[in-house]
Each structure stands twice: as structure tokens, then as C-alpha cells.
Write a protein of this length. Structure first.
Length: 240
């Protein structure tokens, strides 16, 4: 998969050099390029924003650098992937559709995603119209019902959720199967050794004995029951 990120804070994306995503990049499973939007400005101050038309607080990202950035990054990507390959362009946006595990599954099949990180009050609306008019597939994705300062944190989260689903990125593919949200339920509680643990207050805390029984069918049934109970308590909306 190829991923391009366009941002005014390229250094914000440096965590993507670490851990499993960093290794996936080094192993060639993901080609991830970060681009500075300001490289597509032409004035001395490298301006990417201006005051909102119609008045109001804050600043709005100008359309010209974004249109030039998309054209430049699209040309770069098509040079390596082929002229007929088109990217999915994702704008993190609190007014977008909720990004879920199902979205992550769908996007993990993409050959190419371009992320566009908004800042300030957001991006001039005509950029979305322009991209749709030239035939680009555009998605607006919200991380949740709250407002961040910029799209970079959302891109970190979305990239991690998507890239870990690409075969070979997570060592043990089975660990992806029983996770929260993979089957619509929350994951069951987890325990490791020691089975009997005395906590710092001196209280002995035992792991559920069934997990030591060696009876895989009973363990699976217990876990399923725990998943249902936990989902009902914490996220009744998922059970519906
Ligand atoms: N004025 C916008 C609004 O009210 O919908 C909020 C703009 S926010 C301060 C700046 C940028 O942060 C957005 O363009 C988007 O890229 C990103 N952002 C903020 N909250 C987000 C969220 N919940 N999910 C995804 N991206 C978000």
C-alpha cells in the first residue's frame, strides 16, 4: 500500500517511523510519504490560510496550495504505481463519517490513500468540489464527536488502524480476529501470569480458574459470555 500525507506539520507524523508501522515501512509493506503543504505555496511567507469569507473567527485553508499539492502528489504516486491507479483521498474532519473498524478493514484493501490534514477552521469547501469534479474518490472521516486542532492526530490513528490489517504487518494474524470490534463485540478480559497475584495493597487477586483448566471449548464459551456481558455494560449500542 502507498500512503501520502499532506500536512503543514510533517514532523507530527514521525511516530509512523516507530513500532509495527515503522517496521512495515522498512520491510516495504507500506510506502509512506509525508509532504509539507507549504512546498506548494509561492509567496515569501508560504501562506496556506486566509480569513473566512463572510467574516467569523479563525482562518481557513486556501484552495490553491491544496489543489497544487494534490496534483503534485498524484503525479508522484502515479509515477510509481502506474498512470491508471487513483488514490482514495481522505480528509480527517469532525463533520465526516465516523471512522470505524469496518472502515479500517475496507481501506486496508486500498492500493493508495492520500491523507489531507486540515488545520485552523478547516479547508476551503471548493477543494472537495474540485476533487470530486476531476473524478477523485474523496472520504471525510471523523475520529469521534470532539474537535482536534488538526488532522495529524487523526491520520496517525487511522493509519495505524488500517496498516495493522495489511497481511504481514502484525506478526500473529490470529490476534486480529478476536479483537474488540472485529465481530461487533468488545473483547473479553485478559490475564497473564502470575495466575495468583498479590497487588500492592496486599490483596490476593486470582485469575479466573477456567483459564487454567486447559478446556479450550469451555474457555471459548466463557470468553464469549464475558464479551457479551462487557459489551452490554459498556456499549449497549453495539448489542442493538
Ligand atoms: N471548524 C471545524 C468544524 O467545526 O467542524 C473544525 C476544524 S479543526 C479545529 C481543524 C482540523 O482538525 C480539521 O480540518 C480536521 O482535519 C481536524 N479534526 C478536528 N477534529 C477532528 C475529528 N474529530 N476527526 C478527524 N479530524 C478532526
Amino acid at each position: 500500500m502507498r500512503i501520502d500525507v499532506i500536512t503543514i506539520f510533517p514532523e507530527y507524523l514521525s511516530p509512523l517511523e516507530l513500532s509495527l508501522i515503522g517496521r512495515a515501512r522498512r520491510e516495504g509493506l507500506v510506502d509512506l510519504q509525508v509532504h509539507d503543504l507549504r512546498s506548494w505555496t509561492h509567496d515569501r511567507h508560504r501562506t496556506v490560510d486566509d480569513t473566512p469569507l463572510g467574516g467569523g473567527a479563525g482562518m481557513v485553508m486556501k484552495p490553491e496550495p491544496w489543489a497544487e499539492a494534490f496534483a503534485g502528489v498524484r503525479a508522484q504516486g502515479q509515477e510509481s504505481l502506474g498512470a491508471d491507479v487513483e488514490p482514495l483521498i481522505v480528509f480527517p474532519n469532525p463533520a465526516g463519517s465516523p471512522f470505524t473498524q469496518a472502515t479500517a478493514q475496507e481501506w486496508s484493501q486500498c492500493e493508495w490513500i492520500i491523507f489531507a490534514c486540515g488545520r485552523y477552521e478547516g479547508i476551503d469547501e471548493r477543494v472537495y468540489q474540485h476533487l470530486a469534479d476531476i473524478g477523485c474518490e474523496v472520504a471525510l472521516a471523523s475520529l469521534g464527536d470532539y474537535v482536534l486542532n488538526g488532522g495529524e492526530v487523526a491520520v496517525l490513528a487511522i493509519t495505524e488502524a488500517v496498516v495493522r490489517l495489511i497481511p504481514g504487518v502484525v506478526g500473529n494474524a490470529e490476534s486480529l480476529v478476536e479483537e474488540s470490534h472485529s465481530d461487533g463485540l468488545l473483547e473479553y478480559p485478559l490475564y497473564t501470569r502470575p495466575a495468583s497475584w498479590t497487588d500492592p495493597q496486599g490483596i490476593l487477586r486470582e485469575a479466573p480458574p477456567i483459564l487454567l483448566s486447559g478446556d479450550h471449548a469451555k474457555i471459548a464459551a466463557w470468553r464469549r459470555e464475558q464479551s457479551l456481558q462487557r459489551t452490554g455494560e459498556r456499549r449497549p449500542d453495539l448489542l442493538e
